[in-house]
Design a protein around this ligand. Structure first.
Ligand SMILES: [Zn+2]
Length: 481
């Protein structure tokens, strides 16, 4: 079922996509849809085959296989992270076989050896190894790997992949490889054939642009950066040896329906998902980072909140800002559904903007994944949307709601406690609490709430929670203000 292109900003996905189009002979049945995966964003390839050839048959088999083949476009300076081999020394292509799950990662140099042109041994001379032939060659290796038929010896693997590459070369009229010659002729101008790849012309019906506009627009790219940054800062925090925030930092996967197939045909839902779900989460994360960095300086905190809300509102299209209020209600209701399991609240939500959160919630429940983390994230998003809606309606002064600064702190301190935390090693726990104090809870009140929750959850815990005590009574190393 799965051929996926890495499309996070660090990958050069477009030339790889164009190579796949060539391998498919410009069959308009080739499509891809961007999804959020654990390792980042990926364009999953779908194929409704309309033309027939050896190369499209191969492509279809990989696309329909249950194991994953992931393709990454890289520059000529790339080094394979698994085996440390520079891609320029391995003919512009490199594959890593993952034995644990039977999947494979392929890296291909989209810069043609810094523009020097990769060469391969032909019959009585050298031939050009263009990007489509390199991609095809690596896909051949991947294919034998996922079907469990890769021969163990390197040489046998190469002969097999070169034979397949030749089948593709023959099909498009390129000079053939000498499959038994394993010498690397390096780079330059081939002595056989030309540097041209006989490209088919892409017809309408498919294009990379469809995908690019769905998921590679600047909002999503920036969203990934901001989540990555937060992951770096908070991802290592543990409580009782269990990761505390890491599961939640992957929360953008909640909104992967943003880019699922049906979203493509429903631009209104897609926009709502992007702005109410993804963008609000981005600004929430930003706000949390500022809240922590600023410490108990009320004025600076209020200014930071102000800035984040203004930025969010500035990006919100007019049509969507009118429904901000209902979106905030829907996010809160979705959070309730997930934490109580009471699905009756979902009933009124199946139209925009509630749809955004109803679809996330029902897919969470369908997968029976742990709901405490997503419920918490949705509560944070609800908080943020509510504040934005209030600002828009200019009701900040008259409302009795708590200020967002303190609400954010309380929300942060109500992070789900990990089920598998083990609070027995007092030395380790001391260290963990000190990190939490420094990184996540510099504010006294948040720390107190968090401590109360630990005590309520583990009433018999005998180890000291001293490191969480308010500043006055606390250890001397954490300086607040
Ligand atoms: Zn090879």
């Amino acid at each position: 079922m799965a051929l996926v292109l890495g499309v996070d900003p660090q990958w050069r996905s477009q030339p790889v996509w164009e190579s796949l189009v060539q391998i498919a002979g410009c069959d308009p049945g080739l499509e891809s849809v961007v999804h959020a995966y654990i390792s980042g964003w990926g364009a999953r390839v779908y194929y409704k085959q309309q033309v027939k050839s050896a190369s499209v048959n191969r492509l279809k088999k990989i696309v329909e296989h249950s194991k994953y083949v992931v393709l990454y476009g890289v520059g000529s300076g790339f080094v394979n992270p698994t085996d440390g081999a520079p891609i320029i020394k391995t003919g512009g292509g490199s594959i890593t076989y993952h034995n644990a799950d039977g999947s494979a990662s392929i890296y291909v140099d989209v810069d043609d050896a810094y523009g020097q042109h990769y060469l391969a041994p032909g019959h009585g001379g050298t031939v050009y190894d263009s990007l489509p032939t390199i991609v095809y060659h690596e896909l051949a290796h991947a294919y034998y790997h996922i079907i469990g038929k890769n021969p163990p010896a390197y040489r046998d693997k190469e002969i097999l992949a070169r034979r397949d590459e030749n089948e593709f070369r023959g099909q498009v009229g390129l000079d053939l490889l000498n499959v038994y010659d394993d010498n690397d002729p390096g780079y330059g101008i081939p002595t056989l054939g030309t540097l041209d790849f006989p490209s088919c012309k892409a017809t309408t019906g498919f294009s990379w642009c469809n995908i690019a506009t769905v998921a590679l627009g600047s909002p999503v790219a920036r969203q990934i950066v901001s989540f990555r940054r937060a992951k770096r800062e908070f991802g290592r925090l543990t409580l009782g040896s269990a990761p505390l925030l890491e599961p939640m930092l992957n929360s953008y996967r909640l909104f992967s329906p943003l880019v699922a197939a049906e979203m493509q045909s429903d631009p209104m839902l897609r926009d709502a998902m992007l702005h109410y779900g993804v963008q609000s989460a981005v600004h929430l994360v930003q706000l949390v980072r500022r809240y922590i960095a600023i410490g108990p300086d009320a004025e600076a905190l209020a200014a930071a909140v102000d800035r984040e809300i203004s930025q969010y509102l500035a990006e919100l299209p007019d049509g969507l800002s009118m429904q901000l209020d209902s979106a905030a209600d829907a996010a809160a209701a979705a959070s309730d559904v997930l934490s109580t399991g009471d699905e009756s609240k979902l009933s009124g939500m199946w139209h925009l903007p509630g749809d955004v959160f109803a679809s996330v919630t029902s897919s969470m429940q369908a997968t029976r994944a742990d709901t405490a983390g997503p419920a918490w994230i949705l509560a944070g998003i609800a908080l943020f949307l509510r504040q934005a809606a209030d600002r828009l309606g200019d009701v900040v002064a008259t409302t009795a709601r708590p200020r967002l600064e303190s609400a954010i702190g309380d929300w942060l301190a109500s992070v789900p406690l990990p089920d598998d935390a083990v609070l027995t090693d007092s030395v380790e726990l001391d260290g963990e609490l000190a990190s939490l104090r420094e990184t996540l809870f510099p504010h006294d009140s948040n720390r107190e709430l968090f401590m109360r929750r630990i005590r309520a959850r583990w009433p018999n815990v005998s180890v000291s929670l001293e490191a969480l005590r308010p500043t006055q009574a606390g250890p001397t190393h954490a300086v607040v203000k």
